[in-house]
Design a protein around this ligand. Sequence first.
Ligand code: IPD
Ligand code: CA
Ligand code: CA
Length: 257
Amino acid sequence: MLKETLINATEAGAEVLKTYFNSKTLKISNKEGINNLVTEADHAAEKAIMETIRQQFPDHFILSEESGEMATESEYKWIIDPIDGTVNYAHGIPLCCVSIGLEHKGKMILGAVYNPLLKEFFLAEKGQGATFNGEPIQVSQKATVMDSCLVTGFPYTYLDMPNGPLDVFNRLIRKGIPVRRLGSAAIDLCWVAAGRFDGFFEHKLQAWDSAAGFLIVEEAGGRVTDFNGDYYSPYQPQILATNGKIHEELNGYINGK
Ligand code: IPD
Ligand code: CA
Ligand code: CA
């Protein structure tokens, strides 16, 4: 029932994304910082997702980007990003998705990321592998960073700290390594899981950006840590997610090599 509800909630949110996508009258407003947008579709998708979850599990804990924490005593916690890639969404760029992770006793057990515009549905269950539109997926086999195609993202603020997002980007690009920037951390992670990218890193994510995607990478055989190479928690900002083979080498570059 948990997995079914996760899929239903993800699809309910995705229906909203399809409805408002490219709407000429889409209402857009600014959050903290410049170009940190929220649209009426974010709010409507969040409502549809939360209603679907609450119908089945009214007492579960929910953490959702636009509404914040709805804390309960439950061992289950749903972590929701109703639209990851809102800036893309607001510009009619079809690189955006619904992302939902489910924790049980503090461990991620299920994750779903769905981009209904490209019709790409990624799902993972702890210990059961990851799928892309129902087919099992595996990370890539690339063994060196030089042979890799990487992806990263930039926060809306704090770009210029030493070894910060711009420093690391500059360093990798100057080595001739391809580094892309899609604008949706959840999609970045799923594309690592599917082997399209070999590694993803970002300096300042929120729990809802990565909750589902990090489990999808791990279940596709990849490795996810912070920039110290330690156990990954979505409640701290840094993420390094790779096919495993390039992990140490890429972590060296992120830390200044
Ligand atoms: C953003 C995206 C982006 C990442 C930002 C996030 P949002 O989420 O995941 O790729 O670089 O840090 O805030 O605002 O589109 O939900
Ligand atoms: Ca996000
Ligand atoms: Ca969002």
